[in-house]
Design a protein around this ligand. Sequence first.
Ligand SMILES: NC(=O)C1=CN([C@@H]2O[C@H](COP(=O)(O)OP(=O)(O)OC[C@H]3O[C@@H](n4cnc5c(N)ncnc54)[C@H](O)[C@@H]3O)[C@@H](O)[C@H]2O)C=CC1
Ligand SMILES: O=C(CO)COP(=O)(O)O
Length: 329
Amino acid sequence: MPARFSTIGVVGAGAWGTALANAAARAGREVVLWGRDAEAVEAMARSRTNPAHLPGVRLADSITLSASLAALSGCDAVLLVVPAQASREVAHALAPHLAAGTPVVTCAKGIERGTSLFMTQVLAEACPGATPAILSGPSFAADVAAGLPTAVTLAARDLGVAEGLATALGSSSFRLYHSDDVRGVEIGGAAKNVLAIAAGIVGGRQLGASAGAALIARGFAELMRFGKAFGARTETLTGLSGLGDLILTCSTAQSRNYALGLSLGRNEGLHPTGKLAEGALTAAVLVAMAQARGVDMPIARAVEAVLAGRSDIEQAIGSLLARPQKAEA
Ligand SMILES: NC(=O)C1=CN([C@@H]2O[C@H](COP(=O)(O)OP(=O)(O)OC[C@H]3O[C@@H](n4cnc5c(N)ncnc54)[C@H](O)[C@@H]3O)[C@@H](O)[C@H]2O)C=CC1
Ligand SMILES: O=C(CO)COP(=O)(O)O
């Protein structure tokens, strides 16, 4: 039986878009990879590499490159892989090129500033004819591109759509679990990036492995409280896209969010790599949404205060350690 989604569009030729394009090609799909910079796209098509975002990885032969969104018009499903804050603009430009009902899978991890909307809500507004879905979980682009074993969650409101997409994109090395808890999946990815900055600060201050583990556990308690307040299911928050991604991103400087925290913890400043760190862009909106619903998120609040320059690292750590003792749960 032919795959239900045989041609996959990937919108965004950064690290994650390029890795996902290769993963879809590995799964046997025809792939159209779109990038906004025509010159860079042309160079990628010639060299079959993406040296700016994913050096050392060869693009699969079944990937066609284009800088025109019209090239996506024949796609059975599209992965939207641009930063969270650019997703509305790009989804809006994409909308006229898609057949009604085409699944658009957001792969960004964040919450839109200004509107406080989760990524599939942004999609529903900007691309109203599409079927929104989300892909998220513990998966560094470099690992996926190298074919190392990874597992993520793909959620859509219609479980059959999620399952079909997971089947179309998955392979033995890139395993996709399907879900209909869209909200749970998008909350995990957005919140863990903010908490990973705190984990990086703990690392940069050399507070020890015990403190690092405590930070992950107490950060997870915050992620759970926030998720439940916004309608996520517990089993999603404890799964790949919640706890799984929190552990990954809080554990290694390979994470750009952790690396940002590391730099802050070492007093080396806010822009260590010049690379995208979504947590820095999500922190304020996450904290504001938590406050509006009465959800206590002291670690996320401390990160936000440091990023906004209202607190230095010592004050932030001091305020967390000075919190009154309380029951764990
Ligand atoms: N790199 C990774 O390992 C993973 C990244 N993600 C998520 O994927 C999203 C994208 O991240 P990366 O690809 O890593 O970032 P990146 O910085 O490598 O690439 C971002 C791409 O988006 C493009 N872009 C930025 N603004 C744009 C706009 N206004 N219009 C059109 N294109 C625009 C850039 O030109 C670039 O090609 C983020 O939300 C990130 O959290 C999720 C899982 C893994
Ligand atoms: O989301 C990721 C891994 O799952 C990538 O993390 P960073 O954006 O912190 O590099």
